[in-house]
Design a binder for this molecule. Structure first.
Ligand code: MG
Length: 180
């Protein structure tokens, strides 16, 4: 048997993270709707930052997978520094922190729940921008709420995201007479 000794191969360490975010539509006609870093026509979403629910959900999925807390801890909405913030820049900051812990982003998958506008025409643009910032493939799916609840009444937009991280685990080398 070769299940002991110091020459075991490294094994991949995997972590999955989940993120969710929701923002109501804003009554401020001066706000733009930004999802996944892409600006859409129509009413904007309300929030302390640019209210990019997709970027926020992806940020939380990455931070959760890496055990690095959540978006509210890292970028408090009570901090004036983040007022109107570009959420793709916040996502880039979080992705950098994840990579600094040795992780590679295997993939991120998102479901965006909204009645309108349709995401499909801008999907490639959203995926490309998010993939560039995250450093691993990001996929986007749009889903209607079929008229049910607040999302179905077009009161806001929600996003669910999952992220998978991977890194190699080095052999411990501590099984044969480790000093502590
Ligand atoms: Mg948010």
């Amino acid at each position: 048997m070769t299940d002991s000794g110091s020459d075991r191969p490294t094994i991949p360490e995997l972590r999955i993270g989940q993120g969710f975010d929701v923002h109501p539509f804003s009554e401020d006609s001066g706000r733009s709707m930004v999802l996944g870093g892409v600006t859409f026509d129509g009413p904007g979403l309300a929030g302390h930052s640019d209210a990019d629910a997709v970027a926020h959900a992806v940020t939380d999925a990455l931070l959760g997978a890496a055990g690095l807390g959540d978006i509210g801890q890292r970028f408090p909405d009570t901090d004036a520094a983040f007022a109107g913030a570009d959420s793709m820049a916040l996502l880039a900051n979080a992705a950098d922190a994840v990579v600094a812990e040795g992780w590679t982003v295997a993939n991120v998958d998102c479901t965006v729940v909204l009645e309108a506008p349709k995401l499909a025409p801008r999907r490639d643009e959203m995926q490309a921008g998010l993939t560039r910032v995250v450093g691993g493939p990001v996929t986007i799916k749009g889903k209607r709420a079929e008229g049910l609840g607040a999302l179905g009444r077009r009161e806001g937009v929600a996003c669910f995201a999952v992220a998978l991280l991977v890194r190699s685990v080095a052999p411990s080398g501590r099984e044969d007479g480790g000093t502590s």
